[in-house]
Design a protein around this ligand. Sequence first.
Ligand code: PLP
Length: 405
Amino acid sequence: MQWLLTMPNERLTKFLDQKVSELKQAGFAPHIRVLSGPNSTKSFLDGKEVLVLCANNYLGLANNPEMMQAAKDAIDKYGAGMGTGRMIMTYDIQNELESNFAKFKSSEASLCFPTGYIANLGSIWPLMAEGDTIVSEELNHASIIDGCRMSRKVDRMVYKHLDMEDLEEKLKSSQKERAKGKTMIISDAVFSMDGDICKLSEMIELAEKYDAFIFIDEAHASGVLGKTGKGTVEHFNAYGKVDVQMGTLSKAIATVGGYIAGSENLVYYLRRASRPFVFSTGFLDPATCGATMKALEIIEREPERVQNLWDNTKYFKKGLDDLGFNTGVSQTPITPVVVGPADKARELSKYLYEEENIYVQAFSYPVVPKDSARVRTIVNAHHTREQLDLALGAFERAGRKLDIL
Ligand SMILES: Cc1ncc(COP(=O)(O)O)c(C=O)c1O
């Protein structure tokens, strides 16, 4: 079979050679470990069984048997794929999921997208028009930044991380500059590299004072924050105060997809104005819809999963702090172990995998600021105390061996 290009374009070849060599030199994602079975507390990664301490499977639902059965039932009823876009035909199970999800989010309506990334890209810019202003948090996720960049003829400002005085300054100046456009304050609910939480109550006060509306990205908050895992609004008791709730289904809810939740009109409008919704056929297949609805049912029925997640989080974080690791400012299950140089973080991740059979991922610049490279730990609801103790012992040995402690 002929698969090599016989006359590759020289400029493209040169460009790719240079980029690949730069990436290899920077050590960016040197090797992505391969999972050959379910994502659970213990999984097979690169052929070896390890304790996984960095998955977003917060509530342990990724291989839940009830969800797997719900996916199979949906396949039996509807088939393996779709073969149609939602603007042409919409499956009843897709509508049912959105209506269930709206209830889960205490909102009037919801709209699901293929991923959280696309939910941000497909909803931020349609909401903004010429003369409007976006005031965006400094550490927002890349998909928010890209959604903002796509908002043309809109004034964009960035306020410093969690700095409410700076947010107020930006809102004041936006008021001066704009004639009658609207202003959006947009922020992650939980920041993915540090695990700290946005200051939603203060943001709401400022939004009311300066006539702005709030868009919150709950990727790491749905299923995690709030007594029953409903997310940011439940955590802050901010019912009716957040105009747009956005998130992913791929973390705590443990299927695949993204969502927007808010008013009937928000969803009505996005169904017609969101280009990914209108021009893409890949919107939540029936199996994903079935499994996702089952996940919502389980979260509702088993609130102890959220409780376990937080009990485990507190236990593990305290253990790391007591050992003397720098866990930064985390307030959630995302607990970084900050070590400084990039090669130190990579060494720590490698040592834990090779010597202790534990997997935690290393992150360095440009994903986090220079000299604050880290491994990011995330405990889940289904980790046992025994597993967490084992991990703490391993971290202690690694910390001493690599001169981190
Ligand atoms: C804060 C935040 N927003 C959006 C996304 C994108 O969601 P998805 O993975 O479903 O595309 C992520 C995923 O990592 C995230 O952490």
